[in-house]
Design a protein around this ligand. Structure first.
Ligand code: FAD
Length: 371
């Protein structure tokens, strides 16, 4: 019997456990520091879990080449097939976002746990603080059991309050892996000289990230105005591209509220109707009356990103140089790192959960010797 341990019962850890459970020559233990498994998976997609996307492409991630290489062996169809083998019915919307057929994230967790059976032991309320190598095998904390292979699937501190982030992934420090700085991503922007009276307003706009006045990235969607900045899916995607910039100097956002009608005559409209109440959200209209602005280029300077607590993912993590294409750590035998623990982040649309599943799939196959 080979002894396998998985650190973290999140999306990647549970998916890997389910795959391992089909092999009768393995004993599998999952260590989870929280009381419940799958917390982030449950919260994903507003409780619906946007699991993946039919149009997965390297360009949707911060390291396109790494992802394109992974896609050669594990693409959307492979993961879809695995879920269908587990009995999970999937549904995709017009934009290719894939959800459980129930549109209920708990279904995914239930299906994964149901398929584990009794072979997999999940120990909750157990924080892995140390990993020690003993003659090629691994010890978890001070436990007696030695493990042949360990899958590190302990995620990132995104979405956590500061107190819970302090000791997050402390077991990694002994391993001395190269890690890139972790910063919040898929998160809103705080803006300088932000007009607070817009708080609570929603508007569709083309949002452009500018650096030194040059357009870096543009996407259209609904913008949500907060007390000191803006959010909404389109803004979260802009944050992913902002994080990819080498420096964050001289960055601003430009909002084009007339992106769908470049010939619209604002002056003529104002002359005819007196204000923009038929065109803009009431708060934006009132703001415009006091401070007329360019509806095609409403610019605000970026002050920074909202805190990690509000982020859906982390930009940064264990450097990709530390893993091979099967997610094995290059400098340690029999240790694998998958999911958001690694320096991979994608935009909104199911790309981050897909990476958690696909990396877990690839590592699991390698451990099972099937790769
Ligand atoms: C609000 C929100 C909405 C999201 N929506 C989507 C979406 O719709 N689609 C999408 O693709 N992505 C979404 N994401 C991102 C996605 O949830 C994550 O990228 C994904 O869950 C990462 O999976 P993971 O297995 O790597 O980490 P996680 O799912 O975070 O799992 C890691 C697990 O390890 C445990 N752990 C950590 N340290 C230890 C330790 N030392 N010992 C033992 N256990 C430990 C943690 O408690 C956790 O259970 C969302 C994220 C958030 C916060």
């Amino acid at each position: 019997m080979r002894n396998i341990a998985i650190i973290g019962a999140g999306a990647a850890g549970l998916f890997a456990a389910e795959m391992f459970s089909a092999d009768n020559h393995l004993t599998i233990t999952v260590f989870e520091k929280a009381q419940k498994v799958g917390t982030k998976l449950r919260a994903s997609g507003g409780g619906r879990a946007n699991l993946m996307n039919t149009q997965i492409d390297g360009a949707c991630y911060n390291h396109p080449d790494f992802i394109n290489n992974l896609l050669k062996s594990v693409d959307y169809k492979v993961i879809k097939n695995e879920f269908e083998k587990m009995g999970l019915r999937l549904t995709a919307d017009e934009e290719g976002r894939v959800y459980p057929g129930t549109l209920f994230s708990q279904t995914v967790i239930d299906v994964l746990l149901h398929n584990l059976g009794e072979k997999v032991q999940i120990i909750t309320d157990f924080e892995v603080k140390k990993l020690q190598n003993s003659n090629g095998k691994w010890r978890v904390n001070e436990e007696k059991v030695l493990y042949d292979d360990i899958l590190l699937a302990s995620g990132s501190p995104a979405g956590m309050i500061a107190k819970n982030r302090q000791s997050y992934n402390s077991y990694l420090s002994d391993l001395k892996l190269v890690e890139t700085e972790q910063v919040p991503s898929l998160v809103g922007f705080k803006l300088k000289k932000y007009p607070k009276e817009l708080s609570g307003c929603r508007a569709r706009a083309a949002v452009t990230l500018l650096q030194d006045g040059n357009a870096v990235f543009t996407e259209i969607g609904e913008v949500m105005f907060k007390d000191d900045g803006i959010s909404g899916i389109v803004v979260l995607n802009v944050s992913a591209h902002y994080n990819r910039l080498k420096t964050k100097e001289n960055c601003s956002l430009s909002l084009n509220f007339l992106y769908d009608d470049e010939t619209f005559d604002v002056k003529g409209y104002l002359k005819k109707f007196g204000d923009l109440s038929g065109l803009l959200h009431p708060k934006l209209n009132r703001f415009y009356q006091k401070n007329p602005f360019n509806l095609r280029n409403f610019q605000m300077e970026i002050a920074g990103l909202y805190d990690m607590e509000f982020a859906q993912v982390c930009h940064g993590g264990i450097s990709l140089d530390e893993v091979d294409d099967k997610f094995a750590l290059r400098r340690y035998p029999n240790l694998y790192a998958v999911g958001e623990l690694l320096d991979i982040d994608g935009v909104c649309g199911g790309y981050n959960l897909f990476f958690a599943f696909a990396s877990a799939y690839r590592a699991t196959k390698a451990i099972l010797g099937n790769s």
